[in-house]
Design a protein around this ligand. Structure first.
Ligand code: EPU
Length: 415
C-alpha cells in the first residue's frame, strides 16, 4: 500500500466475530436448525463451522447471504480436537454447551498465542461449582457431570468474557438457579443472552454485572441476527481520523463505542451519530490521547493497537495502558519499523507522535496488530508491505476491498 490518501466514503459492518462464534456454539444447546444472520465472511467462522461439523452438526454457510444454518442432531460428539482448537482459541466456547448437552466435553487446551497466556481458571472453577468434574490431562480439558449440572453462585475474579459465556451456556439448562457475579457486560454477551432468551432460556440482569439464570429443561432452535462488530466499526473510525478523511460507518451502534469515539473527539475528530451508525471526519493532524484498556464499557483492548498507530502520527505524546493482554505491545516492534517512537514498560506504552512515518515491510502477528499496521501503512510515506495478512482475514471481512472503495492505494498480493 502507498500511504497518504485521506479515506472517504461509506462502509457497512457485518456481525461481530466475537459474538457469532459463541452464537454458533450456543446453537448446539437446541436440537434442530438454528439460522444466524449477519454472519461475517471470515476465517474464524469457517474454523468454527468445521468444529461443529466434527461434533456432528450440519453447517451450511451461505456466504453471499451472510447466513449460517446449523442443524444439530440429538446425539453430539463431545471432543474438540487440538488441530482445530490450536487454530482458534475461541474454540473453547464449545465447552459449556457440550457439557450441558452431552454430560461430557473433551476440549483441547488452546495454549498460548501471540497476545499472551490467556488462562481458563475461571471457566474451570465455574463449571466445578456447578458440579462438573474437570481435569487437565494430556493437553485436554476433560469435563464430565453425573446427571444435570446444578445451578450455583459464582463470583468471577475478573469480568472475563469467555468465562461468563462458558458459565452462561452451561447454566441455561442446569437444574436450579445460577448467579454470575462480576460478569462481563460486553455487547457480545448481551447478544448471546438475547439469542438464548429467544431459545427459551430464563436470564435476568442481561448487560449488568450480575446475571441470574433459571435453568430450563429444553431450548428450541431459533433465527437470530448477530450484533454489529463494534471493533471493526471502531477500526474504521480510527482510519478516518488517522488519514484525515471522512467515513460513514453503517450498521454500527455508537453507544457500543462511547469511550473510543470520545477519545477520537479529543484527538480532534468530528463524530456525528446517525440512525444506523456514525460519521467520523478529521481535517487536521490528530492530537495524541491517553488510553487505558478495561473490560466493557471501558476502552476495548481490541482497538488498542489501532490507537497506538494513531498516536504514533499525532501531535504530542500519549500514555497507553494495557490491562488485559500482556503481550499486545509486541506489535510495537513492527510499528517501530515504520519509524514510530514508542517505548514500552510492562503495561504501559509511551507514544511520542511523529509528523510522518516511513514505509517498510512489516509483519502482522495477530488480528488487531494487523489492522493497526495497515492503518499505519496508509499514512506512511512510500510503499508498505504487511505480511501475515491471514491474521487480518480472521476478523475483518473484505477489509482490503473496503479500503479500496474508500480510496486507499492498496492491493493484496496473491500467495
Ligand atoms: N483470564 C484468566 N482466566 C480465565 C479467563 C480469562 O486469567 O479463566 C484472563 C485472560 O488471560 C486475559 C483476561 O482474563 O488476560 C481477559 O480474558 P477474557 O476471558 O475477558 O477474554 P477472552 O474471552 O479470552 C475475548 C475476545 C478477545 C477480546 C477479549 C476482551 C473472543 C473470541 N475473544 O477474549 O478478542 O480481546 O474478550 O474483550 O471473544 C480479538 O478479537 O482480537 C480478541 C482477542
Amino acid at each position: 500500500m502507498v500511504g497518504g490518501t485521506p479515506l472517504s466514503g461509506e462502509v457497512t459492518v457485518t456481525g461481530a466475530k466475537n459474538s457469532v462464534l459463541k452464537l454458533m456454539a450456543a446453537s448446539m444447546l437446541a436440537v434442530g436448525t438454528t439460522t444466524l444472520r449477519a454472519v461475517p465472511d471470515i476465517l474464524d467462522v469457517e474454523i468454527m463451522a468445521e468444529l461443529l461439523r466434527r461434533l456432528g452438526c450440519t453447517v451450511d454457510h451461505r456466504h453471499r447471504a451472510g447466513t449460517v444454518d446449523i442443524t444439530v442432531p440429538e446425539d453430539l460428539e463431545h471432543r474438540a480436537d487440538y488441530d482445530l482448537v490450536r487454530r482458534m482459541r475461541a474454540s473453547i466456547c464449545v465447552l459449556g454447551p457440550l457439557l450441558a448437552r452431552c454430560g461430557a466435553a473433551d476440549v483441547a487446551l488452546p495454549g498460548g498465542d501471540n497476545i499472551g497466556s490467556r488462562g481458563l481458571d475461571m471457566h474451570i472453577d465455574g463449571l466445578q461449582r456447578m458440579g462438573a468434574d474437570v481435569v487437565n490431562e494430556h493437553g485436554y480439558l476433560l469435563a464430565a457431570s453425573a446427571g444435570r449440572l446444578q445451578g450455583a453462585s459464582i463470583w468471577l475474579d475478573f469480568p472475563s468474557v469467555g468465562a461468563t459465556e462458558t458459565i452462561l451456556m452451561a447454566a441455561v439448562t442446569a437444574s436450579g438457579t445460577t448467579v454470575i457475579d462480576n460478569a462481563a457486560r460486553e455487547p457480545e454477551i448481551v447478544d448471546i443472552c438475547t439469542m438464548l432468551t429467544a431459545m427459551g432460556a430464563i436470564i435476568d440482569g442481561i448487560g449488568t454485572s450480575t446475571i441470574t439464570i433459571d435453568g430450563v429443561d429444553d431450548l428450541v432452535a431459533v433465527e437470530h441476527t448477530t450484533v454489529g462488530d463494534r471493533i471493526v466499526a471502531g477500526t474504521w473510525a480510527i482510519a478516518a481520523a488517522m488519514t484525515q478523511g471522512d467515513i460513514i460507518v453503517r450498521r454500527a451502534n455508537a453507544e457500543h463505542l462511547t469511550i473510543a469515539l470520545d477519545k477520537l473527539q479529543t484527538a480532534g475528530a468530528i463524530v456525528t451519530c446517525l440512525d444506523d451508525g456514525f460519521r467520523v471526519q478529521m481535517d487536521r493532524r490528530p492530537r495524541a490521547v491517553d488510553i487505558v484498556t478495561l473490560p466493557y464499557p471501558g476502552f476495548p483492548t481490541d482497538l488498542q493497537p489501532q490507537f497506538i498507530a494513531l498516536n504514533a502520527i499525532s501531535e504530542g505524546a500519549a500514555l497507553v495502558t494495557e490491562n488485559l493482554f500482556e503481550a499486545r505491545f509486541r506489535f510495537v516492534q513492527e510499528l517501530a519499523r515504520l519509524g514510530a517512537n514508542v517505548r514500552t514498560d510492562g503495561h504501559h506504552a509511551l507514544v511520542r507522535g511523529r509528523s510522518t512515518l516511513s514505509a517498510a515491510p512489516v509483519e502482522a502477528t495477530d488480528i488487531r496488530a494487523g489492522a493497526g499496521l495497515v492503518l499505519a501503512g496508509l499514512v506512511a510515506e512510500g510503499t508498505t508491505t504487511v505480511y501475515g495478512v491471514s491474521h487480518i482475514d480472521r476478523g475483518y471481512a473484505g477489509f482490503i476491498p473496503a479500503l479500496q472503495s474508500l480510496g486507499a492505494d492498496i492491493t493484496r498480493a496473491e500467495g
